[in-house]
Design a protein around this ligand. Structure first.
Ligand SMILES: NC(=O)c1ccc[n+]([C@@H]2O[C@H](COP(=O)([O-])OP(=O)(O)OC[C@H]3O[C@@H](n4cnc5c(N)ncnc54)[C@H](O)[C@@H]3O)[C@@H](O)[C@H]2O)c1
Length: 255
């Protein structure tokens, strides 16, 4: 039996065919899942075009995670395509350029607030919006960049990721009694649109492959996508509040 046979998944964050979420959606379909995508605003048409490049074309429902109307309408919009969800992928991140790039001390609250709203609080917002469709055994999986450390140039996005990781633990606490698992994948640097929008991203990706015992390919989202798929499967039935590192092993090294 395929890993995700019979499951219906909501996958956010497909912007291009380089998006981590695109590869999650592709692998999920290859592993037997039905996939519904989300997108918003001017990106909607782009996501619809990219959705046609998946093994099976996937419907796209509108969701700006910071928009209360979209969140309130999400369950009904998904119900136009499926009567339940077995998993939700949060693959969303955004911070204004002013709060990344190595000028941490100049970060202003309005821009920091945007980063935290879109990149951290949104995990709770998405979980609550999807909850009416989730049943026991389902899983929510998000993507983080190891927030235990201060990285070059990541700055307030790193602070938002720390809030994101904490949000995942509180969600694991509060959704566990309903049988919903909440886990994160902490990925190494991958050259996506979001990554390339970080001023000086090269300084983060530069030494990664040298430091990784397994090596690391910044152009390959497949290992990350595979781990997301595995966490959505029935093979992590008692795991929640966890962060699985998919970084070639960098997180475990002293230098
Ligand atoms: N690329 C990396 O190096 C890397 C490493 C670790 C973790 N991550 C995380 O992976 C996730 C996916 O990013 P990616 O690298 O695939 O880049 P990406 O640019 O392809 O995806 C980011 C997505 O966030 C979506 N988004 C932004 N604001 C939104 C909003 N208000 N409502 C709904 N969606 C919104 C965008 O539409 C886009 O699809 C992010 O959480 C990112 O922080 C990326």
């Amino acid at each position: 039996m395929a890993l995700l046979e019979g499951k219906t998944l909501l996958v956010t964050g497909v912007l291009t065919d380089g998006s981590i979420a695109f590869h999650v959606a592709r692998l999920a379909q290859e592993q037997g899942a039905q996939v519904i995508l989300t997108s918003f605003g001017r990106q909607l048409r782009l996501t619809q075009a990219i959705a046609r490049r998946l093994p099976q074309p996937a419907p796209v429902v509108e969701l700006d995670v910071t928009n209360a109307d979209d969140l309130a309408a999400l369950a009904d919009r998904v119900r136009e395509h499926a009567d339940r969800l077995d998993g939700v992928v949060h693959s969303i991140g955004f911070a204004p350029q002013s709060v990344m790039g190595g000028n941490f001390l100049a970060g202003e609250w309005d821009d920091v607030a945007t980063a935290v709203h879109v990149s951290a609080y949104s995990l709770k917002a998405l979980a609550v919006a999807a909850l009416p469709l989730l049943s026991r055994g389902s899983g929510l999986v998000g993507l983080t960049f190891d927030a235990r450390y201060a990285w070059p140039v990541y700055d307030w996005m790193g602070v938002a990721k720390a809030a994101f990781e904490s949000t995942a633990r509180y969600l694991a606490r509060d959704l566990g009694p309903q049988g919903v698992r909440v886990n994160l994948v902490s990925a190494g640097p991958i050259r996506t649109t979001a990554a390339k929008s970080i001023p000086g991203f090269e300084t983060m990706e530069g030494r990664w492959s040298d430091r990784a015992p397994l090596g690391w390919d910044v152009t390959d989202p497949e290992p990350t996508a595979r781990t997301v798929a595995a966490l959505l499967s029935d093979w992590f039935p008692a795991t929640t509040g966890e962060i699985v590192h998919v970084d070639g092993g960098v997180h475990a090294m002293g230098q």
